[in-house]
Every structure is written in structure tokens, then in C-alpha cells.
Design a protein around this ligand. Structure first.
Ligand code: KG4
Ligand code: ZN
Length: 347
């Protein structure tokens, strides 16, 4: 079975073809970072229009790279939610039109399920169960993954996502958007001990996160040093706080769930300090940490094609036609009827 996967929930158009027997045949991605950079964040309307521009050329590209034609496809998987409504509509509408023309089944995938299963794309996939730390521009969650479809949310952010906190802090320090990587590079030159920033919710007794207070503390520091703001030292202090919070909570999740496998996904997983710390901490507690290839950590079509393929081995796809998108969709509600936030579309 060959599945075409389509991801368009935010600012990346991702297409991929996954073969149930041979694995990932091809994937292609267009990132909109440059498009949104001058606005300091994702502009939803521009995102939708850009998905429209790229979805067809990327489909042709993955078909050519996989040595397939449209008639070789057996099913289509697309991100149904959560995400930006207009952006989801582009991928979902395209998926239904194509599936209808080819008369093949279609399956809507939860974006976070794609992320959670993405480690299975790597050459050395982790076995179930594992704990997943999802740290991207849009999510910060700790999940327990027992099997396909068996996900337990252990911790979530109460405000900003980790990547969002990096990006907003980077903006305060005059770095571009998205500024996580630039902030991290600047922090390498700074003295992390010069300023002590708060670690919100570190001792909250649960696995939830809150980063907005940290960002406010950085703003105050910047305002206190208007003449020669010690940007590198502030960046280092911020990064140290983020790494502390993320790694301590994650290690607690591993201990509490008596699980000794950790997967780190999402763009913030590229952070060198976070990786080193998690490697060290898991090593001390006889756990292993798995960092999937970065191209599968950030948004991509391959994780949607894979999740679609795995789901279609267990359940039937739907006929193309009337469709829904779910801009707000809790992972726990996957498979349940009438989830909140559903937008029905009838052709
Ligand atoms: O997974 P991803 O592509 O997120 C979304 O699509 O939402 O990750 C993007 C996020 C951005 O917020 C970016 O600043 C952050 O990951 N990021 C980093 C690093 N590289 C990317 N944050 C900290 N350190 C890095 N090296
Ligand atoms: Zn994502």
C-alpha cells in the first residue's frame, strides 16, 4: 500500500509517499520561514496562499522522486488538524479532490499523532512504549506513547510553546524570526551565571510548563541595561533556564511512568545544550534518548504519510467527498465522533 501524505497545518507544505512494505519512498518540503520573517511571526492568510502555490509542484516532485505516477497511489493521508484553518483547508481540499479523482480512500490525521509516530521513520526506531518530549514553535508536550493510537498526555504548556518562548525572547534581543537557533548561537558566547532567571512551575508537582514569566523577566533585564545590553549573557541565562525546565520535567516523566526510552521531537530538539543535557541525564538514569533526524522532527509530510499508512492497516479510510478540518482538536478525541472545533465542508 502506497500512501501520499500531505501536511499543511502551519507554515510548511510537506508531501511524501510512504510504502507499507518499503518504507518512505520520497518526501519534499517547502518552508515559509522567509515569507513570514519580516512580520515576526506566521501570517495565516499568507500561509494559506503559499500552500496553494506549492502543493501541486511538491506533489509532482515526490511522485517523480519515488518513481511513481498518480495511479500507483492507494490512499491519501492529510493533516486534518489542529492548525491554522485556512492552511488546513488547502491540504484537506487538495487531498479530497485528488482522492476523488483517483477514487482512492482518504484519512485525516491529527498533526500531533504525526509527530509522535515520526521517530518510526528513522533508521533506528525506538520500540514502544516511549516518552515523547514535543518541543516546537506550536507545542510543548510530554506524552506517553504505548502504541499506535495509544497516547497519554502527561504535561502541556499553560501559555507559550517552548519554540515560541525562544522566538519571542530572540525578538527582545534583536535577533530575527524564528530566532531559536540564533539565540542559541549567541548564548554560546555568553555567561549563563551572570543573571539568574526564574524557572516557572519547576516545583509545581505536575509536568506542565509555563514560559511567559521567563520572557517577561528577559524583557525586564533588557530594559534595565539600555546602554550596553549584555545580550549574550541574557541569551545564555534564558537558554539555561529553558534547558533546566525541559530536562527536569522530562526526567520526572520518565521516572514516574517507569519508562526508559525518551524521544525528543520538534525544532527546539535541535538545541545543542538541551540535547547534551538530556543525553547526560538519561544516561545517569539508565534510560536512552532518541533524537530523530531533524527533517522528521519539524513539520513534514513523511510523518503524515507514515501515520496514515499505520492507521490504514487498522481501520478503513473514508471515501473522498464531504470533508472536515479541525483547527482545534485534542489528540485524546481522535476517533471519537463530533469533536469540538470541527468545520464541515460539503462539496
Ligand atoms: O518543529 P518546528 O519547525 O515548529 C513548528 O513548525 O512550530 O520548530 C520551530 C521552532 C522555532 O520556534 C525555532 O525557533 C525553534 O524551533 N528552534 C530552536 C533551535 N532551532 C529551531 N530553538 C532553540 N534552539 C535551536 N537550536
Ligand atoms: Zn508540528
Amino acid at each position: 500500500m502506497r500512501v501520499l501524505g500531505i501536511e499543511s497545518s502551519c507554515d510548511e507544505t510537506g508531501l511524501a509517499i510512504y510504502d507499507a512494505n518499503r518504507g518512505l519512498l520520497a518526501h519534499a518540503l517547502h518552508s515559509q520561514i522567509a515569507l513570514h520573517a519580516e512580520y515576526g511571526g506566521v501570517v495565516p492568510e499568507l500561509a494559506s496562499r503559499d500552500h496553494i502555490r506549492h502543493i501541486l509542484p511538491l506533489t509532482r516532485q515526490v511522485l517523480a522522486a519515488a518513481g511513481c505516477t498518480l495511479t500507483d497511489l492507494d490512499a491519501i493521508a492529510h493533516t486534518e488538524g489542529p492548525g491554522l484553518a485556512g492552511a488546513l483547508l488547502v491540504g484537506t481540499g487538495f487531498a479530497h479532490a485528488l482522492a476523488s479523482a483517483l477514487d482512492i480512500p482518504i484519512i485525516g490525521i491529527h498533526h500531533l499523532e504525526g509527530h509522535l509516530l515520526s521517530p518510526l521513520l528513522s533508521a533506528t526506531p525506538p520500540a514502544f512504549p516511549f516518552i515523547a518530549l514535543l518541543v516546537s514553535g506550536g507545542h510543548t508536550q510530554i506524552m506517553r506513547v504505548d502504541d499506535i493510537g495509544q497516547y497519554t498526555l502527561l504535561g502541556d504548556t499553560l501559555d507559550d510553546a517552548a519554540g515560541e518562548a525562544f522566538d519571542k525572547t530572540a525578538q527582545l534581543l534583536g535577533l530575527g524570526y524564528p530566532g531559536g537557533a540564533a539565540l542559541s548561537a549567541l548564548a554560546e558566547r555568553g555567561d549563563a551565571a551572570r543573571f539568574r532567571l526564574p524557572r516557572p512551575l519547576l516545583n509545581s508537582g505536575d509536568l506542565n510548563f509555563s514560559f511567559s514569566g521567563l520572557k517577561t523577566a528577559v524583557r525586564r533585564l533588557v530594559q534595565q541595561h539600555t546602554d550596553h545590553p549584555p545580550h549574550a549573557d541574557i541569551a545564555a541565562a534564558f537558554q539555561a533556564a529553558m534547558v533546566d525546565i525541559l530536562s527536569i520535567k522530562t526526567l520526572t516523566a520518565l521516572k514516574q511512568s517507569r519508562c526508559n526510552r525518551l524521544v525528543v521531537a520538534g525544532g527546539v530538539g535541535a538545541n545543542r545544550q538541551l540535547r547534551e543535557r538530556l543525553l547526560r541525564d538519561t544516561g545517569k538514569s539508565n534510560a536512552t534518548v532518541h533524537f530523530p533526524e531533524l527533517e522528521f522532527c519539524t513539520d513534514n509530510g513523511a510523518m503524515i504519510a507514515l501515520a496514515g499508512s499505520l492507521r490504514l492497516m487498522r481501520q478503513r479510510g473514508q471515501p473522498a467527498g464531504a470533508f472536515s478540518i479541525r483547527p482545534r482538536w485534542e489528540l485524546a478525541l481522535v476517533g471519537k465522533p463530533e469533536p469540538t472545533g470541527t468545520m464541515e465542508m460539503t462539496p
